[in-house]
Design a protein around this ligand. Structure first.
Ligand code: NAD
Ligand code: ZN
Length: 470
């Protein structure tokens, strides 16, 4: 068992509390961490055994009667032995309602390295949550905005949208989240109120940035400034920052025992690929599949096909270094388009008696989208576009669809974001989906440009950048 204990008086006099427990013969391990730039303090207590957990619960109930904003969460953990570290946040952080100055990686203009700057992060306004980021992945969509989309209205911006962190403070009107909650910010909101959120057929939400600023890839409003200039918040999240502010309709509360440096990947790539196979293509047991592009998104699609019971999963990539990894997630066959002179759809048709049942495009290239469609079997083949691009039209012969194929696309793997992400975190904790295997590199936020170079050169699957301790 471990306890996450938000205690105001421990925050004020933690040493006295621990001394007191020693006298009673109970073993608490106490450490205090102060972040460099701010006065917020995290207190970690290691608690061993049921008796001590119960003891803390009793104190909690007493304190709760005085400070109703406090919360106590207990959860069992199978990953470590008797003593577990627990993160204890003060009921109210010293930084609440103040502007926080912190470090963030700023993209001042397209096609240039990011610059680590000190930025100002405003307190959360109505319905907003300020999050202390713990870890973030780097996704190709960050690179797309920086090097391909390059929308001039989309800069300066703080990139990053695949992160996880801890709630630092909440604005007025926020009731479902509180200081100390572990959360994943979401680029796709779920207000639970609009006609899209209410319709089980869609995971779109009318309230997010996508509704009116798809090109800029950021809402017009932002809570960030740097050197007197407004910085945009990429897809409403901006996880390449020590702190960020997100609307509560774009935040998923997750299991407090989840390791944030792993589950951050569920903020984008893994849900996107896995959901594209399971929710959108609706891959069937015994079917044949082809996945084009074996980055984290494509590998997660391979994992989704395997999870759904596909018997043949053809992994397609022009970088053969990706094939070993694809095996780990369940790929059975491997095709490098560079090894063939004929169209890849013909190669796949020969391998599968006329085409696969399901194909998934996870590259972001309109040419590959066409190949993926043409690789599907006529009659019932389904092809899903997952790769992101908004730069040019695609083309295909109408006969491809007349012959009975279905061509569709999906954002975030069809998951309704606030409902789906906590479920995927649970699936990871229950070992039903893999995450650790996607992570090829770990670095501090300061090395974000190295992480971007690795992805540009096809040398990584996912780099996780650590931002603050969990
Ligand atoms: P990545 O750069 O890690 O992987 C892309 C892979 O595609 C690489 O392995 C590359 O070698 C391969 N590739 C390139 N050209 C190819 C070709 N012609 N044929 C076959 N393979 C080819 O990227 P990622 O982070 O996995 O993201 C993949 C795509 O998914 C990107 O376009 C990204 O923007 C998009 N995306 C979409 C959503 C969504 O909601 N729809 C969400 C996240 C990411
Ligand atoms: Zn992404």
């Amino acid at each position: 068992m471990f306890v996450i204990y938000h205690v105001h008086y421990i925050f004020l006099f933690p040493e006295l509390y621990v001394e007191n427990e020693k006298v009673r013969g109970l073993s608490f391990r106490y450490t205090e961490e102060r972040s460099q730039d701010h006065r917020d303090v995290y207190v970690k207590l290691g608690v061993s055994g049921q008796r001590e957990v119960r003891h803390l619960e009793i104190h909690y109930l007493n304190i709760w009667s005085k400070f109703s904003f406090l919360t106590l969460q207990t959860c069992s953990s199978t990953s470590s032995p008797l003593i577990h570290s627990a993160l204890i946040c003060a009921g109210k952080m010293a930084t609440a309602s103040k502007v926080i100055k912190c470090k963030a990686a700023v993209a001042w203009e397209p096609n240039k390295p990011l610059v680590i700057e000190e930025i100002e992060v405003s307190p959360p306004q109505a319905n907003e949550i300020r999050i202390k980021m713990v870890a973030t992945g780097v996704c190709h969509t960050d690179l797309y905005h920086l090097f391909e989309g390059m929308h001039e209205g989309g800069f300066p911006v703080v990139l990053g949208h695949e992160g996880a962190g801890i709630v630092e403070s909440v604005g007025p009107g926020v009731t479902e989240y509180q200081t100390g909650d572990t959360v994943i910010p979401l680029f796709l909101s779920q207000c639970k109120d609009c006609r899209f959120c209410k319709n089980p057929k869609s995971n779109h939400c009318e309230k997010g940035w996508i509704a009116d600023r798809q090109g800029e890839m950021s809402p017009a409003e932002s809570r960030f400034t740097c050197k007197g200039k407004k910085l945009l918040q990429f897809v409403g999240t901006s996880t390449f920052s020590e702190y960020t502010v997100v609307n509560q309709m774009a935040v998923a509360k997750i299991d407090p025992a989840a390791p944030l440096d792993k589950v951050c990947l569920l903020g984008c790539g893994i849900c996107t690929g896995f959901g594209a196979a399971v929710n959108v293509a609706q891959v069937e047991p015994g079917s044949t599949c082809a996945v084009f592009g074996l980055g984290a998104v494509g590998l997660a699609a391979v994992m989704g096909c395997h999870f759904a019971g596909a018997k043949k999963i053809i992994a397609v990539d022009i970088n053969p270094e990706k094939f070993e990894k694809a095996k780990v997630f369940g790929a059975t066959d491997f095709v490098n388009p560079k090894d063939h002179s004929k169209p890849i759809s013909e190669v796949i048709a020969e391998m599968t008696n006329g085409g696969v049942d399901f194909s998934l495009e996870c590259v972001g290239s309109v040419g590959v989208m066409r190949s993926a469609l043409e690789s599907c079997v006529k009659g019932w083949g389904v092809s899903v576009i997952v790769g992101w691009t908004d730069l040019c039209d695609f083309a295909a012969r109408p006969i491809q669809l007349i012959a009975g194929r279905t061509w569709k696309g999906a954002l975030f793997g069809g998951f309704k974001s606030r409902d789906g992400v906590p479920q995927m975190v649970q699936s990871y904790m229950d070992k039903k989906v893999k995450l650790d295997e996607f992570i090829t590199h770990n670095m501090p936020l300061a090395q974000v440009n190295d992480a971007i170079e690795l992805m540009k050169n096809g040398k990584c699957i996912r780099t996780v950048l650590s931002i603050s301790p969990q």
